[in-house]
Design a protein around this ligand. Sequence first.
Ligand code: DON
Length: 568
Amino acid sequence: MIKFISYLLKILYISILFSNSVKALNIIMPDNIFTPIQAKNGMVVTSEQLASQIGIQVLKNGGNAIDAAVTVGFVMSVTFPQAGNIGGGGFMLVYSADDNKVIAIDYREQAPAKASQDMFLDATGEVDYQLSQFSYLSAGVPGTVAGMAMALEKYGTLSLAEALAPAIKLAETGFILNHSISNSIKQRSDNFSKYPTTKAIFLKPDGNFYEAGELLIQKDLANTLKTIVKQGVKGFYTGEIAKLIANDMHKHGGLITTADLANYQPKLREPMYGTYRNHEIYSMSPPSSGGTHIIQILNILENYNIKEHNTANTIHLMVEAMKLAYADRAKYLGDTDFVTVPLKGLTSKKYAAKLSKLINKLKPNNNIHFGQPSNYESEETTHYSVVDKYGNAVSNTYSLNFSYGSGIVIKGTGMLINNTMDDFSSKPGKPNAYGLIGGIANSIEPRKRMLSSMSPTIVMKNNRPFIITGSPGGSKIITTTLQVILNVIDHNMNIQEAVNSVRIHHQWQPNEIRVEKGLNLDTINLLKSMGHTVVMKHTMGAAASILVDNNLYYGASDPRRNGLALGY
Ligand code: DON
C-alpha cells in the first residue's frame, strides 16, 4: 500500500514538475501531442520555425504584434519560398488594442491594366491552364510589400529597415534548409527547370538539389530587400525593381508594366462581421470570399445542435451548410470594387434560416443551386498568428497561389512571382486549380482583384480577441478555418486539439465530402449510407492558431506542417 501511495506521489510530482517546467522554461511542446504551448506576454505561431523564432524575438525586444507580423512576413519570403513572398499578396487582420477595433488590410494582387476577360482561352474557347498557371501572364501585380509597409506604418513601431533587417541577413548569408523545404523544392523542380533565373537560385550550379542541412543563399533577393530599405516602398513600385519586373514581363509576354506597379495600392477594408453562439467573428471581406462564407456557414449551423464531434449526423449538417455557401460563392463573389456582392444578405441570419430549410437531416440535398441572398439585403499559401503583451493581435494569410507561384523568378530580383491570375474565373463554369467554379462576378477585368478564399480570422469573446486563426489550402481554407472555430466553440477542444483534429471538406462541386485519414470508417460508412460520396485524400490546411483565455496565450502550430508555436 505504502509503495503504491509513494508511486502515486511520484507520478503527481513528475506531472507537476513537468507542467511547471512548461510554463517556466517555455519548453516547446512537440506538435504531435494535444497540449498547446502557453505563455503570458506574447506568441507567434507560423508554419516555419526560423520565422517563429525571429518573430518572438521582435516581441521580446518590445515590438508589438504588427512589428512581429511584418518582420515574419519578410523573413518567410526568404525562408519559406513556397508561400512566403514579396512577389504575391494576401490579407491581414489587425486587432488594435488602443482602438479596440479589428481592421483588414487587403494587399491582394490585381490584374494588370492590359488583362482581359478571355486572356486565358485558346483558339477553341477552352481554358489554357498552362497560360493561367505557369506563364508570365499568370502573374498579378504583387501587393505584399505595400501591404506589409501599410500595416507597419499604421500600427507598428519599427521602421521598414528594422522590419526588413532579419530577412536581408538570412537572404545574404543564407539559412540552413530543413527537410520540408528541401523536399518541396524537389517536388516543384519540374516547374523550375524551365526558368534559368529560378534554377540559378533553387538548384546548385551542377543541377543537383540542395539537401536538408545545406545553406541556401539568395543574393539577388537580399539586394531587392535592401533596395526597399533604401528607397522605401517606392523602390519596389516605381524604382529599380519595378523596372526589372516590367522588363522581364515585356520580354516574356507578361502584362505587368511600370504603370501597373506604380498604380498598385493596398486597401484598408472593413472586415466581415458576424456572430456565432455568443462570439463575434471578424474575417476577411472581398476580394476574399473567406469571411463571408465562414459567417454564412456558422449562421446556418447555429440552427442546429452539433455538439457531437465527427458523428455522421454532425458531418452531414456541416457539409450541407458548406454546399449551400460554396454554391453562392460561385455565383456572387468577386471584387466589390468592380461588382456588387450581396454581402449583407449572404451573412444575414434570416437568409441562413431560409437556407437551413433546404437541409434534409437524413440525406444529402443533391439539388443545390445558388440562392437569392439579395432578398435579405437589409442590412501553398501560409497563415500565421501573432499576439503581444499590449493586447494586439494579427492574423495574416499570404500567398504566391501555388507552391512557388508560377515557378518564375523575375530576372535580377531573386523574387518568385505569383500565379494568382488563375484565381479569376477564366471561363464561367470552368473550374480553377482548386476545382472552384466562378461566374461573371469573378471574371477578369483590368485592375480587378481576383477572388480569394484566404480567411485570416479573429474571433472575439467579451470584446477581446479569443481565437486568432486562418489557413492555407485553396478552396479548403474556408472549411479548415471554420472547423478550428467549431472545434473550440461547439466541441470544447483546446486550441491544439482543435487544430490537430481530423478535417472534412465539401465545396458543392465536385459533389463529394473530402476527408482526412483518421476519420472513423464507421462514420464514413454511415455518411455513405445516407447517400454521400466520401473521398479520403491527403491532409488539408495548416491552421497556425492562438487562443486567448484568462490573460494567457495558448498557441498551436499545425502538425500538418513543420511549424512552431513560440511564446514567452
Ligand atoms: O487566394 C486563394 O484562395 C488561393 N490563391 C490560395 C492558394 C492556396 O491556399 C494554396 N495553398 N495551399
